[in-house]
Design a protein around this ligand. Structure first.
Ligand SMILES: [Zn+2]
Ligand SMILES: [Zn+2]
Length: 385
């Protein structure tokens, strides 16, 4: 997308007029009819279904394949994802994989370096290039369900997004309430909360795990986006099915995916190793510590510096050992093919012992480091196991 790209007038008109029509229309409706309990229910149910379809479906399943999922659930994601009116999953996932591949660069469709408004919705005002070939989504290009949704995106989106809530509204005596509150207002709210991930979650918040890109962790944003606000974690570990990793992190999409695994609708939920996460956050904390040390009185600075170097060394050694142990584990698995049962069991128990020792060394390094950060009044982020 560049300056020469043509405006997509349908998108421009829909994105600018839909919030206006929703606010004015809902206000007039409320003035004459008042708010029905059915409208409120319909709003939240439709928002939740289409919200999960975007976060757990379009994003964490189709774009990142962070878990496996039953075709029935894929189908539900596709029809309620269409109802969110954020384009077909073929376009959405293609844009999103480019966003991760080229974050903050020219080829990032919602590049935050082009400004807050561009990343939020300005990029949608322009047509796709005619030579768009979906090269980042070879797996989706051959998925029959995905192609079906791409072909019938508009009728599905209008049918599930507007006709369905209108009919439900008709059933409880308020078709206009169903259309305006469960259809239009719900779509507008979901549009802008999703858009905030591309804009605000690359603008406000903490770089907890990586500073290689502009993504930020933001708990407030997570509350309004079904858990997508822990965006720095997501950019550091896009293959993890979670975005909020601590038990108190608000991440309904993560809870949904896990809940679905209990009934066999999802499986192979991918989680990044706790050590990889700990390593990333400790490295980021290290960057925060260095400037703070400079501000310490000279007589204290020397001893703090030595302590920090010592802890960092301890951590590096433990991490290097952990990598070595992992390689040994792979060898151990390969040995399963050739060695006798007894040899294999011996190899495996040796590896388990090393893994435990390594885990202890890492935990010790980490707790010393956390203690050190606390003394400097820095906020460490602890990973739950
Ligand atoms: Zn992002
Ligand atoms: Zn993503």
């Amino acid at each position: 997308m560049n300056e020469k790209a043509k405006l997509a007038w349908t998108n421009v008109l829909f994105l600018t007029l839909s919030p206006l029509v929703a606010v004015v229309g809902v206000s007039i409706y409320l003035f004459y009819h008042g708010l029905q309990a059915g409208d409120l229910w319909l709003f939240f149910v439709m928002l939740t279904l289409s919200g999960f379809a975007i976060t757990a479906g379009y994003h964490r399943y189709f774009s990142h394949r962070t878990y496996e999922c039953h075709p029935i659930l894929q189908f539900l994601y596709l029809i309620f994802g269409a109802a969110a009116l954020q384009n077909s999953v073929l376009h959405w996932a293609s844009d999103h994989r480019c966003h991760h591949l080229y974050t903050d660069q020219e080829r990032d469709p919602y590049n935050i370096k082009k400004g807050f408004f561009w990343a939020h919705m300005g990029w949608i005002f322009y047509q796709y290039k005619p030579d768009r070939n979906f090269e980042t989504i070879p797996d989706l290009k051959i998925n029959k369900l995905v192609l079906w949704q791409h072909r019938y995106y508009m009728p599905i989106g209008i049918g599930i997004g507007f006709v369905l809530p209108t009919l439900i509204g008709f059933a409880y005596g308020s078709p206009w309430g169903g259309f305006l509150v469960g259809g239009l207002l719900r779509a507008v709210v979901l549009h802008h909360t999703t858009f905030l991930i591309n804009s605000a979650a690359h603008w406000f918040g903490r770089q907890t795990y990586t500073n290689k890109n502009s993504a930020r962790d933001n708990g407030v944003m997570a509350f309004f986006t079904f858990g997508e606000g822990y965006h720095n974690f997501h950019h550091a570990f896009p293959n993890d099915y979670r975005n909020g990793i601590l038990f108190h992190h608000w991440d309904p999409a993560k809870w949904w995916i896990r809940l679905m695994s209990w009934v066999g609708m999802t499986w192979r939920l991918n989680r990044v190793s706790e050590w990889a996460i700990a390593e990333a956050q400790l490295r980021m904390n290290l960057l925060e510590v260095r400037p703070l040390l400079e501000k310490q009185p000279a007589e204290r600075r020397q001893s703090l510096q030595e302590r920090l170097d010592n802890v960092a060394r301890q951590f590096e050694t433990a991490m290097a050992r952990m990598i070595q142990v992992r390689q040994e584990y792979r060898k151990c698995l390969a040995a399963k093919q050739v060695a006798t049962g007894e040899e294999y069991r011996r190899l495996k128990s040796e590896w388990r012992l090393k893994k435990i020792q390594c885990g202890k060394a890492l935990a010790e390094a980490r707790s010393e480091y956390v203690q050190f950060l606390r003394e400097l009044q820095l906020r460490p982020v602890l990973v739950s196991s």
